[in-house]
Every structure is written in structure tokens, then in C-alpha cells.
Design a protein around this ligand. Structure first.
Ligand SMILES: Nc1ncnc2c1ncn2[C@@H]1O[C@H](COP(=O)(O)OP(=O)(O)OP(=O)(O)O)[C@@H](O)[C@H]1O
Length: 228
């Protein structure tokens, strides 16, 4: 879809975003009228000191939290708590894997929930799940439950789940934070491919290696984003 001036409308469009929290020492104004547009096929990294609001921002972009003011549009539609995985997928710092499902079942979930039944073919789902787990080096853990794996292994499974249905918007919060150096290239490769296949990707990170694969880097400062 295009804007009135003919330019492509960003896949993710954020305007006037405000979020504050009531604290014992007074209100904390985390986001103060933040603006952001991310095009399909673009990977944007968000830097910022600890406590600057990166996780708060990603939670709002993914509909996990609601803003005090402003709008977040994903493919032209407001995001909300029940946004389908193939439209907007989130890898939060808390991961959010379902404890009662194996890693493979967790990764399969967004594929089984796709609205088009032709895209839920069991063999194709199993293939996609196997491929993603192998790519991330956790194929042998497919049948384990999250509690039987390390945090870094769970983090990779949660990334596999987020990208499984090839989301139009992918949001990843510190996706390399708990990984050994050997596991990082596969994660970076997968994030980059998600954008190259047409996704709009936003990654909050302190990791310089992640910033290196970005098309654009922004920094969260005093509640707004500045190019960096
Ligand atoms: N529910 C809440 N109630 C009160 N304050 C909050 C709440 N959630 C976040 N904050 C505050 O909002 C600010 C931004 O937090 P946030 O977790 O978004 O930062 P961050 O940039 O992701 O930090 P880090 O890099 O350490 O993960 C912090 O000062 C935090 O203490």
C-alpha cells in the first residue's frame, strides 16, 4: 500500500508513541512521542543504554503492552494482544515458550495457527520446524520440554518459533544475549534472511555484531529515537 505522495507505506508504522509508569519516586516517562517507520525488507537495530526503554518499546510494537498515547500499525492495522504470528511475531526477553509443549511443538505453533489450511500441511510444518532447529544447532533437542534445556537453547527455540510463519513484522529483544559465540552467526543469519525475504525486522540489542547486519541503526534517547 502507498502513502498519498506515492512512497511505499512502511510495514511497521509508529506515531506519537508515549508510555509512562507510575513509580514510588514519581512517574517514569519512558517513551515521549516516539516515531518510527520500518519498510518491508528492512532490518533496524535499536540501541540505547540499559533502562532507556528498548524492551518497553518492543512490547508496545508487538501488542504485548498498550501505549498511553500514539499508534502502532502493522501492515496498516493497529496491533493488539491477539495479533496473529504470521503478521507480527515477537521474541521477548522472557521468551514466552509454552512449558507443556516440546521445543518442536512450540516452533510448530505459529504454522498450525495459520489461517490458510493449505499452509498447515503436516509434512511441510514438520520440515520447516526441523530445518529451523537444525539451522540454529538445536535439532537434537526437538523433543525436549523447555525446562529440560538451557536458557540459550530456549532462546534459539523462541527465535525459531518467531520466524517460523515468515512474519511480516519480526521484533526481537536481545536475541544474542545468552548465546555462546559459536551460536551467534546462525542467529544473525536467520534475522537477516527474515528481512531479505520481505519482513520488517526490529532488533533491540547491545551487541555490536547485531548492529553490523542492520540496514539502519537507531538509538533510544530520552524517550525518542535518533539515527545512529
Ligand atoms: N512496569 C513498570 N513499572 C515501572 N517502571 C517500569 C516498568 N517497566 C519498565 N519500567 C522502567 O522503564 C524504563 C525502561 O525499561 P526497559 O526495560 O524498557 O529498558 P531497556 O532499555 O530494555 O533496558 P535493558 O537494556 O536493561 O534491557 C526503566 O527505567 C524501567 O525501570
Amino acid at each position: 500500500m502507498a502513502e498519498p505522495d506515492g512512497t511505499a507505506r512502511p510495514a511497521l508504522h509508529v506515531a506519537g508513541l508515549r508510555r509512562w509508569f507510575r513509580g514510588a519516586g514519581g512517574d517514569v516517562h519512558v517513551l515521549r512521542g516516539l516515531e518510527l517507520g520500518v519498510a518491508a525488507g528492512e532490518l533496524v537495530t535499536v540501541a540505547g543504554r540499559s533502562g532507556s526503554g528498548k524492551s518497553s518499546l518492543l512490547a508496545l510494537l508487538g501488542g504485548l503492552d498498550a501505549p498511553d498515547a500514539g499508534t502502532v500499525l502493522c501492515d496498516g492495522e493497529p496491533v493488539g494482544p491477539v495479533i496473529p504470528w504470521h503478521r507480527c511475531a515477537v521474541l521477548p526477553q522472557s521468551l514466552g515458550l509454552a512449558d507443556e509443549l516440546t521445543l518442536a511443538e512450540n516452533v510448530a505453533l505459529p504454522l498450525r495457527l495459520r489461517p490458510d489450511p493449505r499452509r498447515r500441511d503436516a509434512a511441510a510444518v514438520a520440515d520447516r520446524v526441523r530445518g529451523l532447529l537444525a539451522e540454529l544447532g538445536i535439532a537434537e533437542l526437538a523433543d525436549r520440554y523447555p525446562a529440560e534445556t538451557s536458557f540459550g537453547q530456549r532462546q534459539r527455540a523462541a527465535l525459531a518459533r518467531a520466524v517460523a510463519a515468515r512474519p511480516r513484522v519480526l521484533l526481537a529483544d536481545e536475541p544474542t544475549a545468552h548465546l555462546d559465540v559459536g551460536s551467534v552467526p546462525a542467529v544473525l543469519g536467520l534475522l537477516r534472511r527474515c528481512a531479505d525475504e520481505g519482513g520488517a525486522v526490529v532488533v533491540a540489542t547491545h551487541d555490536e555484531e547485531v548492529h553490523r547486519i542492520a540496514d539502519r541503526r537507531v538509538r533510544l534517547r530520552e524517550g525518542r529515537l535518533v539515527e545512529s
